[in-house]
Design a protein around this ligand. Structure first.
Ligand SMILES: *Cc1c(COP(=O)(O)O)cnc(C)c1O
Length: 491
């Protein structure tokens, strides 16, 4: 079994694909045979969550010698709930809460596992260099990556965040991060400045060979890495098994999943679960006001030449959804020339159109809907009033789309809505939506929200304001490269 590039004949074993992140030809690593390789999905459903993770990850990444130990190290005792991702009944539907990890973000599910895969892969491939993760973050990924990688042997992590672009809670989560191998730095500007600065630093270091002989190599923690995608397949099975246990379905009956989508990683993991045999009915892609995926799944035209909206669900404010490329590969039976052509058109002209056959194959599984800011606010308020359930703005986008989807589809197939963030990560937006009083800073607003709802503040967000600030550096975008080169020896 091997992974191959979506854009050409490049191939790699799973361990090597995880260490590299992106294929040398610019494509993403994907397994063409996933739908054909037999997997005992039924046997998987009776296992506890960590057992399920071991089985599923062992199937997706069979080159790792002891997946059970890696899973144990990644998750045991680190999540607030034994179930890992609890399923909650809300009205007639189910919400799968993915945010009970150490940083109260759904990114924890994948970023708890990735460091284990990188260290084990490094050992198995005989790599002596320290792997240094370089990340630009708009908030959630940075903290989840710091939490995953701090004090992990053989790795270091350097996180850049936009000085003007993260919430006070997100900033506090990052600048208070302890660990001997971590460094966090603010960059003057917005997320795009930060991200382009980091990309340029990657390219400049690659070109100049500046790390040669230093015993360091760079890697990235974003969701193009197959090692970040694979762990997300697991909770589709966890939810399905839980529905059987509660008598809501019988084994083999379909379940629809509604997924709040940005980079298309989370929902693609659901497609992988389907290819592995799980009875996933439709995968419903929920977008916020940046509705590029809704348009694509409706028309077959992917056009990023459009206005970009800053919304209250910032993790979904994305115009280039990288992981869609993997779906295009699978939907064309691995036609790398066609996929490479579309991706070239996207980068050169900002737009591509897929053929009718490809669109039809995609639409046989994927549905789509979107939700604007007013609808998201209304959904948070209504869900609270009618169901007594408090949700964050990302989850609200999915709940709104789920409602519309059910109106078209009719009753029947059970619906699981994926919930990607704790409401406490976005206290102002949530308070406003439920009619609470807005005063003080975000930390105070968290307390107001807790008093109003009776839902406790997640452990990872408590006492943040009192924790000592360990990272105070602020630099300009142009200084990122120098900063990396200065810090990399001491990490
Ligand atoms: C990252 C993120 C998403 C989007 O997930 P993708 O895999 O990028 O589609 C949605 N909600 C939250 C809170 C996130 O952090």
């Amino acid at each position: 079994m091997f992974y191959q590039s979506t854009r050409g004949s490049e191939r790699a074993a799973d361990t090597a694909a995880v260490l590299r992140g992106i294929a040398p030809d610019g494509g993403l690593y994907v397994e063409a045979e996933l739908g054909e390789r037999p997997f005992d999905w039924r046997g998987c459903l009776s296992l506890p969550p960590l057992g399920m993770a071991e089985k599923i990850l062992g199937h997706l990444l069979p080159g790792y010698a002891d997946m059970g130990a890696l899973v144990e190290r990644a998750y045991a005792g680190k999540f607030e709930s034994e179930e890992l991702t609890p399923l909650v009944k809300v009205g007639e539907d189910y919400v799968l809460e993915l945010f009970h990890g150490p940083t109260a973000a759904f990114k924890d599910v994948a970023l708890s596992m990735l460091p284990q895969l990188i260290t084990a892969g490094r050992a198995q491939e005989g790599v002596k260099d320290k792997i240094v993760i370089l990340t630009a973050t708009s908030g959630d990924t940075g903290k989840a990556a710091l939490e995953g990688f701090h004090d992990v042997e053989g790795t270091g992590i350097l996180v850049f965040f936009p000085a003007d672009g993260v919430s006070p809670v997100q900033r506090a989560q990052m600048v208070t991060q302890s660990g001997a191998n971590v460094k966090v730095c603010a960059v003057r500007g917005n997320f795009d400045d930060c991200q382009s600065g980091v990309k340029q630093a990657f390219a400049a270091i690659d070109r100049s060979g500046a790390l040669e002989g230093k015993g360091r190599r760079l890697s990235s923690a974003n969701s193009i890495n197959i090692g970040r995608l694979a762990p997300q397949v697991v909770y589709y099975f966890i939810a399905y098994a839980e529905l059987i246990r509660r008598g809501a379905i019988r084994e083999g009956e379909p379940v629809d999943y509604v997924v709040p989508t940005g980079n298309f990683g989370d929902i693609l993991a659901g497609y992988f679960a389907r290819l592995m045999g799980l009875s996933v009915g439709r995968l419903v892609c929920a977008s916020n006001a940046n509705r590029i995926l809704t348009d694509f799944l409706t028309t077959g035209v992917y056009d990023r030449r459009r206005e970009f909206f800053k919304t209250t669900s910032p993790s979904m404010d994305i115009l280039v959804s990288s992981n869609l490329e993997r779906l295009l590969f699978l939907a064309t039976d691995g036609d790398t020339a066609r996929v490479a052509g579309w991706m070239r058109a996207l980068s050169e002209e900002g737009v591509y159109r897929v053929d009718a056959g490809t669109l039809e194959r995609i639409r046989a599984v994927f549905a789509a809907g979107c939700c604007d800011e007013a609808q998201s606010c209304e959904t948070i308020g209504r869900t609270w009033r009618e169901c007594g359930y408090l949700c964050d703005p990302h989850t609200a986008v999915a709940l709104h789309v789920a409602r519309e989807y059910k109106q078209q589809r009719g009753a029947g197939t059970p619906l699981v809505v994926l919930s990607t963030a704790s409401p406490y990560k976005f206290p102002a937006a949530v308070l406003r939506a439920v009619g609470g009083e807005l005063h003080g800073d975000e930390f105070e607003q968290m307390e107001t929200l807790a008093a109003l709802s009776g839902v406790p503040v997640p452990k990872g967000l408590r006492g943040l304001k009192e924790r000592p600030v360990l990272h105070g550096d602020v630099i300009d975008r142009e200084e990122i490269l120098d900063y990396v080169l200065r810090q990399i020896d001491v990490l």
